[in-house]
Design a protein around this ligand. Sequence first.
Ligand code: IMP
Ligand code: MG
Length: 179
Amino acid sequence: MSTIKIHDKEFTPYITDQEIQEKIQLLAQQLKKDYGNKKPLFLSILNGSFLFTADLFKYLDFEAEVCFVKLASYKGVSSTGNVITAIGLDTNLNDRHVIILEDIIDTGKTLHHFLPQLQSQQLASLKIAVLLNKKEALAYPIKVDYDCFEIPNKFVVGYGLDYDGLGRNSKDIYQLKED
Ligand code: IMP
Ligand code: MG
């Protein structure tokens, strides 16, 4: 793998496709232990989580459902103040074991603003699973229950994650190159 350029910035190889797939399979095994007979509902946060959700879902060999919402708070390489619900929740979550799927948790702002939308329903349980956990960047009281990778507070692209719309269609994950 070599350096790639997206818009004006250079990115260096960081996590390979193979490493990603291995970690997602381990997560699927753990979820089977925790939810194997609970028929959980995975609530995937678009856009960034679409590949993570698709791959994880293929590795789940027990009864499970999936639904999607679309939230956005990012512009360029940093979080903006506002979280927008672009496509809302249309699924009944009452009595359901819900697992939120996020590509990456950064400041935690997106989920912090979204979670109150679930409060009007009586969930059986709620957990959060993320592919990438930027632990040092967390600034809101969000508890991540499952993560595949803990990563430092540096901007990454690939495997669903974008830089201003581009870079999502890379199997591997790249990290912003230091100047
Ligand atoms: P948070 O609200 O600050 O936790 O940011 C969450 C959302 O911002 C994620 O779901 C991503 O869509 C986006 N995001 C955060 N960090 C990165 C990154 O390093 N690269 C690309 N997108 C990111
Ligand atoms: Mg996202």
